[in-house]
Every structure is written in structure tokens, then in C-alpha cells.
Design a protein. Structure first.
Length: 507
């Protein structure tokens, strides 16, 4: 009897799950396993929002497995201890999981698991599930791999038989799903509006994809820059891709199908709008694995700049300014509204995310490493590779992108001129007119705080530092190395000065 474990991590799905399919093909019995690892949950980039997403995705996965005669064993504790106990009762010889590009803790955990497998003569198969390539030597080598994995091979169907071992059925049926409150003090997270958080599950992922491709997505192009429209015009697929409730391959191919359907229709203003939006969405999908590949190829970027020249950049890291930024109390209405929205809902559109990062790094002189944990916790769609790549880019320390410092006033004028979004998240400003709010630097707005910095002056101080490093001999030399190793290899008809415009859209 050949027995194996399907170890569930960031792949809470049955459709297009290569690790599960390969496991079933090679073994007589397969035990689906998810472990709530307490040490992982205690990491500074893990939050109640994330754990809630896991419980939602697991609950849905459990129902889908039961419809096929299977179960999911949900456990708590240290992974190797859990596996040791299972192996004593049920002698499995293999573990299957998808490759994961996670944080430093998961990387170390995987090294320890690999050692445990060697000691116990257990084979661990890690299977790719996207366009990120392990041990990549040349960036150019990714293109044919991406085409084969994401575009040329069809998504794998849901298995007919999960080959669930009857030995564990009673145990799975009687186990109760852990709650978020078992791992976090929810009184310390009262800012979270639980009923507004996006639902994360395989079932919901396909609902969100279809509603986007058939209804909401028409307004994607031109609708994702403003926080007033992005909640609906955006795809809202990022949490599903981050936690694996849908595969990137399936999203790519369903989008191509939808584009073909639209192209076959008579040309109207409606179909033209759809064409623009679907093309824009598709182009941004291509950037997803580009950034995760950076972390895969350079794990140290969680702790240090990808461009070594910027090690010498000096930050002030004032704890009072950090706290004001985290809580949305800086005296800059657009910044504060965005931070309060993120803290409550786990979502913010790409441009506003870029703005709050550039404001923190250039305006408040906060190190990107200082703001990383908080943002990771409040992003429901936290994907370490994308997150860290974007943080460094918006901090201006990659060296190959246009340096962008967003004016908080201009962003109000461009994206929220009537201050609808601002008033929604800053109730202290409800009594004031849009003109008064936009003129916040010169007008006292009741109990709302005055700006904690002179933004123009402070951002210039940091830009001077960044540009000095960028223009130095070492800065230029290191930037060439970054471009060679991590730059995009996508060929376009019109050569762009930098990757920054497309990179920003990943938010």
C-alpha cells in the first residue's frame, strides 16, 4: 500500500492542483493535511486577516473534498511533530506540496522539513504551480517555461477520486476548525471590520473571476486608480491568487477565452471598452510571477536592498511617526484615509498603496523594513515576493525604476476631488467641505491633526539622498547588476524608460 500526504499550503483548491494530481497518480492512499503552525502565525507579517482567510478556504475545501468522498485533516502545532505522529500511526512514504516563495521563516521551516524527510526516508516532491522557477540561472530561461506552464498546458481537472484513507475519517469528521481567536487577541484588532473583508475560498474565487470577466471588468481600464471605484472595477482576485484558491494558469486562460468571445462580437463602444480592459488586465497578470521570481532568486531582499548601493541610505525611523502612519493620523487626509481603509478591510488599490509607501519612506523617512510588517499584516492579499519587490521599488532603492514620490494633495485632486473616500474613512472631516479638506495644510480641521511634517521639504531631503546614491559610480554599477539579474525580459514595440508603470499596477 503506497501512502502519501498532500501538504496544503498556499493552494486551497481542487481545480488545477498539480501537487494533488501527481500525488494521486503515484499512490494508493492520500491524506490531505493542513497545519496551523503556531510559530508561523507568530511571525510579524502574519495577521488575523490571513488566518481568517485560511479558515474560510479550508472550510470550503473540506466541503468540496467531502463531496468526492474525502476529508482534510486539520491540525495545530509544529509541522515535524505532526508528521511524526501521523507516520507512527499511518506509515506514509511521501509528501507532495507546491513550491512556495515565502518569507524567511517558511524557508527555514522547509529546510528543516527536508532534513526530517531524509532522516525518515520520506520522499518530498515539490511541484511548481506558477511561472516562478527554482534555481533559475538566466532570466531569459523563464520565457519558454512560463509559456509551457501557464499558457500552453491546460488546467488540470478536479480529481474523481481523492483516495482518502478510511483510517482518518472519524478523526477528520470530529475535529473542529480552529478560530482566529485561538491565535490572536481580537480586542487588540478592533479596527478590523470583519464583515467587510473579502471572502477567500475556491468557490468564491470562481465567482469573483466570472463576475469580473462578464460584468465588473468592463470598467477596469480607468477604474482602478481611484479608491472610489477600484473596489468594484478591480478584479479582486489578488487574495485568491495569494492563498491559492484559484491558479494563475486558470485565470490566464479564462481571460484569453473571454477576450476571444468579446472579439467575435460586433464592434460597439461596449466591446471596445471590454477590449481595453481585458488587455490591461492581461498585461498586469504577466507581472505577477516576475516579482515573485525576484524573491525566489534573491531571498535576502526580505532583509536588505536588492541594490547593494542603497545599504548606505540613512533613515530616521521615528517611532511616533511610524505609529501615526500605521493608525492613519498623520494629518494628511488621503494618506490617513488609505491607512484606515487598509486596517479595516485588507484592501486598497495599487496607486494608493504606492502612495502610502512613498509617503512613509520619502516623507516620514521610515525604512521600508520598518513599514513592511504592518503592511504585510493588513494586506489580505499578502504575497511576499510581490510585496517586498514593491516596497523596495516605491522606496526608490532598486535603481532601475523611475523614482516616484506621490503628492498627497495631487492624489486627492486626481482620485477623490469631492473627498467622498476621505470622509468615509475619516469621520472627523464629515462637517468640512472638499475645498477645506484639500487645503488641509492651511486650514484647521477641527480635532483632525495638523500635518506632522512639511512634506515638500522632507521628501526633498530623502530624494537628495536617493539621487546621490543613484548617480554615484557604485550606484550605477549596482543598478546594472540588478537590471541584468532581475529586470524584465519582455519585448515591447515601444521601449519604456523603466518598468515602473506596469509594476505599480500589480497592486
Amino acid at each position: 500500500m503506497k501512502r502519501a500526504i498532500w501538504w496544503i499550503k498556499r493552494d486551497f483548491r481542487l481545480l488545477d492542483n498539480a501537487a494533488l494530481v501527481q500525488c494521486l497518480a503515484a499512490h494508493d492512499e492520500v491524506l490531505p493535511l493542513f497545519v496551523f503552525e503556531r510559530d508561523y502565525i507568530a511571525q510579524p507579517d502574519v495577521s488575523p486577516m490571513h488566518v481568517r482567510a485560511w479558515t474560510q478556504a479550508l472550510g470550503d475545501l473540506q466541503e468540496r473534498c467531502r463531496a468526492l468522498g474525502g476529508e482534510v485533516l486539520v491540525s495545530k502545532g509544529e509541522l515535524r511533530k505532526v508528521l511524526t505522529n501521523i507516520r507512527k500511526e499511518w506509515g506514509f512514504t511521501a509528501i507532495y506540496s507546491h513550491e512556495e516563495t515565502g518569507n524567511g521563516w517558511t524557508y527555514q521551516r522547509d529546510l528543516e522539513l527536508a532534513e526530517w524527510c531524509r532522516e525518515h526516508q520520506v520522499v518530498w516532491r515539490e511541484v511548481p504551480q506558477n511561472g516562478v522557477v527554482r534555481r533559475l540561472k538566466q532570466r531569459e530561461d523563464r520565457q519558454p517555461i512560463i509559456r509551457e506552464r501557464l499558457l500552453e498546458s491546460a488546467p488540470l481537472p478536479v480529481p474523481d477520486d481523492l483516495k482518502f484513507p478510511s483510517y482518518f475519517r472519524a478523526l477528520c469528521e470530529t475535529r473542529v476548525m480552529p478560530t482566529v481567536g485561538e491565535f490572536f487577541d481580537l480586542d487588540a484588532h478592533r479596527e478590523i471590520q470583519w464583515d467587510t473583508l473579502q471572502w477567500v475560498s475556491e468557490t468564491q474565487a470562481h465567482r469573483d473571476l466570472e463576475s469580473f470577466l462578464t460584468q465588473r471588468g468592463k470598467w477596469y481600464s480607468g477604474g482602478i486608480s481611484s479608491p472610489n471605484t477600484a473596489f468594484r472595477a478591480g478584479s479582486r482576485l489578488s487574495p485568491h491568487l495569494a492563498w491559492g484558491t484559484i491558479s494563475l494558469r486558470y485565470v490566464f486562460q479564462r481571460t484569453y477565452q473571454r477576450r476571444a468571445e468579446n472579439k467575435a462580437l460586433k464592434s460597439t463602444d461596449d466591446t471596445k471598452r471590454w477590449t481595453r480592459s481585458l488587455r490591461a488586465f492581461e498585461s498586469r497578470l504577466h507581472w505577477h510571477d516576475h516579482f515573485i521570481q525576484r524573491l525566489e532568486s534573491c531571498p535576502r531582499m526580505e532583509y536588505e536592498p536588492i541594490n547593494k548601493a542603497y545599504h548606505q541610505l540613512r533613515y530616521e525611523n521615528d517611532p511616533h511617526k511610524l505609529k501615526a502612519w500605521q493608525e492613519g493620523r498623520t494629518g494628511f487626509p488621503m494618506i490617513d484615509a488609505c491607512m484606515r481603509c487598509l486596517n479595516a478591510t485588507g484592501f486598497m488599490n495599487f496607486r494608493m498603496r504606492s502612495m502610502v509607501v512613498s509617503f512613509a519612506c520619502f516623507g516620514l523617512h521610515l525604512d521600508w523594513r520598518a513599514i513592511h510588517p504592518h503592511l504585510a499584516r493588513v494586506f489580505l492579499d499578502y504575497e511576499p515576493g510581490i510585496h517586498l519587490s514593491q516596497l523596495q521599488m516605491q522606496a526608490g532603492i532598486v535603481g532601475i525604476n523611475t523614482i516616484r514620490v506621490y503628492s498627497p494633495v495631487k492624489q486627492i485632486l486626481d482620485q477623490d476631488p469631492e473627498c467622498v473616500f476621505i470622509k468615509k474613512w475619516i469621520p472627523e472631516l464629515l462637517a468640512f467641505t472638499a475645498a477645506e479638506i484639500i487645503n488641509y495644510e492651511k486650514v484647521t480641521l477641527g480635532d483632525y491633526p495638523r500635518p506632522i511634517i512639511d512634506f515638500k521639504m522632507e521628501s526633498k531631503r530623502m530624494k537628495d539622498q536617493v539621487y546621490a546614491i543613484r548617480g554615484s559610480e557604485k550606484g550605477r554599477s549596482e543598478s546594472r547588476k540588478v537590471l541584468e539579474k532581475h529586470g524584465s525580459r519582455k519585448v515591447t514595440k515601444r521601449r519604456k524608460k523603466s518598468e515602473s508603470d506596469d509594476q505599480l499596477r500589480l497592486f
